[in-house]
Design a protein around this ligand. Structure first.
Ligand code: SIN
Length: 555
């Protein structure tokens, strides 16, 4: 990789002690914990807006009820993770979680309570008991984000930069020393002793997703280009029940989530013949593991049926009060869920895939930390337990901040961007047709949904990997969503090709069962460039590496 004269690219240099990229629950929690250091928060929309946290409906899981315990929560998390969950980080999550939630309550987050003042706890798939806190009915993420945003705005010491698009990490030797960001038509080099990526997920890699349009996996793509170690790349969770709406074929339009909490309240899945099919599929029926429920729905769809979630008996007239967000989405589509079943479809929902980090969020690169969905702590294994992600964002956002306690701004150092050669000419390149990029993104998202979605097999994966390579070579050189999606598509597809078994959310129809020899996580580094063919090991976009971060021992 050719070193790039960053100063030539940047119109301005801004120095901080720590840069946090992203403003969901993980990023905001980290930023608050970092005070009184000089912290800069960069976010591509407005603070808290456009994050998946903001959209989270179901809630946050924590052992807060009498009779529940962190140990029981750990057990459910481990078994959902299908052999890849890391016990030590999971125990950290479940033991530190309740205290983190109490701190958020002190900041003003109000979780729903019963008449006696106790938490109203919901149940979701694969949880052994009711332990899901919710707020505003099904507006849990929004309530949590609001409390954090209010607190962050109270601290003028935090430098908040909204509407800023971060394109790449900047490195000096093996150390990350900042980011290159675009603000309007200006390029800013933000430099700092530490960069915390809290950029969220990559749901927009798929034609069907519950994630906001901002969830384009930028953080994972830039960490990959910088050479950070990545892990569990094949593990993408598909939510069984997104609202089935007619999608604009080009616009990256999310499908509204129909929260699993509805099934927790007793709503049932039926096909268009009225048959309740989950009873024959799993002993926990609609509350079976997400991958099982999602694939059962897909199976019905492939057989030519539509699938509906029927909450008319279980929730009925209480719907507008108990599930105001889903109610609103249904009403926008002309559906009255009090008396009509809701049409649903699976959709990409959460990436267990991410930047490999240890128990305090350190990546394999000096100067780079990550928390929230862009990271992979090992908590979720091959299948995230519902409502564990907001908890993970709170717990590990705070842990990153504690670990970074003493970071101070770096002295002047030689710098380079991590962008590959084709990407660094973007500043000089002419304007790119938005339509062309939108068409490329659409093509990538369609391919990923069709061949690297809920059901995968060798031929489809191989064809997709080739096609992504060709497409990448023809993409314009400027940093763009399409380039990031192409990079991520190659990462996920290559890892899915390598895992010749089925486990958790990763299902290979040509290897339908789990294999003992694959009961471990795959750690990788990205081989940049977009070879149109990967037929030799030298052209495969991923290089297997032994784990450089250690999630077995918690610092
Ligand atoms: C849901 O409300 O169904 C989503 C909860 C989650 O993904 O954790």
């Amino acid at each position: 990789m050719r070193p790039i004269a960053v100063r030539r690219l940047a119109d301005e240099v801004v120095t901080s002690d720590v840069i946090v990229v992203g403003s969901g629950i993980a990023g905001l929690t980290a930023a608050l914990g970092l005070l009184p250091r000089r912290v800069t928060v960069l976010t591509k929309t407005t603070l808290g807006g456009g994050s998946s946290s903001q959209w989270a409906q179901g809630g946050v899981a924590a052992a807060m009820a009498a009779g529940d315990s962190p140990h029981l929560h750990s057990q459910d998390t481990i078994s959902a993770g299908a052999g890849l969950g890391q016990q030590a980080v999971i125990d950290t999550l479940t033991h530190e979680g309740p205290e983190r939630i109490r701190r958020l309550i002190e900041l003003g987050a109000r979780f729903d309570r019963d008449d006696d003042g106790g938490f109203l706890l919901g149940r979701e798939g694969a949880h052994g008991r009711r332990r899901i806190l919710h707020a505003g009915g099904d507006a849990t993420g929004a309530v949590m984000v609001r409390a954090l945003v209010t607190e962050v705005r109270r601290h003028p010491g935090i430098n908040l930069q909204e509407q800023v698009v971060v394109h790449d990490l900047v490195t000096s030797g093996d150390r990350v020393v900042g980011v290159l960001a675009r603000v309007g038509d200006r390029t800013v080099f933000h430099r700092a002793a530490a960069v915390v990526l809290a950029t969220g997920g990559l749901g927009q890699l798929y034609a069907r997703t519950t994630n906001p349009v901002e969830a384009t996996g930028d953080g994972l793509a830039m960490a990959a280009r910088a050479g950070a170690q990545l892990v569990d790349l094949e593990m993408i969770q598909f939510h069984p029940t997104a609202l089935e709406i007619v999608q604009d074929p080009v616009v990256m339009q999310p499908l509204p989530l129909v929260t699993e909490a509805l099934r927790g309240e007793g709503a049932i899945l039926v096909d268009d013949q009225g048959q309740r099919f989950m009873l024959d599929v799993h002993p926990m029926a609609e509350l079976g593991p997400r991958d099982v429920v999602a694939r059962a729905i897909l199976g019905r769809q492939q057989a030519g049926c539509r699938v509906f979630l029927d909450a008319t008996q279980a929730v009925g007239a209480r719907f507008p009060q108990r599930f105001p967000t889903v109610w609103e989405h249904c009403r926008n589509q002309g559906i009255d869920p009090r008396c009509q079943p809701i049409p649903v479809t699976p959709a990409a929902h959460y990436a267990m895939a991410g930047i490999a980090v240890d128990g305090v969020g350190r990546s394999s690169l000096a100067g780079l930390w990550a928390c929230g969905e862009v990271s992979s702590t090992g908590v979720h294994g091959a299948n995230r337990l519902a409502s564990n992600s907001l908890l993970e964002a709170l717990v590990f956002g705070a842990r990153v901040a504690e670990d970074l306690g003493s970071a101070t701004a770096p002295r002047s150092v030689p710098l380079s961007t991590s962008a590959d050669d084709s990407e660094v000419v973007w500043r000089e390149a002419g304007s790119t047709s938005g339509l062309e990029l939108a068409a490329a993104s659409h093509q990538i998202r369609r391919m990923m949904w069709d061949s690297v979605g809920l059901q995968r097999q060798r031929t489809g994966l191989e064809t997709t990997l080739e096609a992504l390579g060709h497409l990448g070579r023809n993409l314009p050189p400027q940093p763009s969503k399409a380039r990031n999606l192409m990079t991520l598509g190659r990462l996920v597809t290559a890892a899915a090709l390598a895992r010749e078994e089925s486990r958790g959310s990763h299902f290979r129809s040509d290897f339908p069962s789990s294999q003992k020899r694959f009961e471990h996580r795959f750690f990788w580094t990205y081989r940049p460039g977009t070879a149109a063919s990967w037929r030799t090991a030298d052209e495969f976009p991923l290089v297997a590496t032994r784990p450089l971060v250690n999630t077995r021992e918690i610092a």
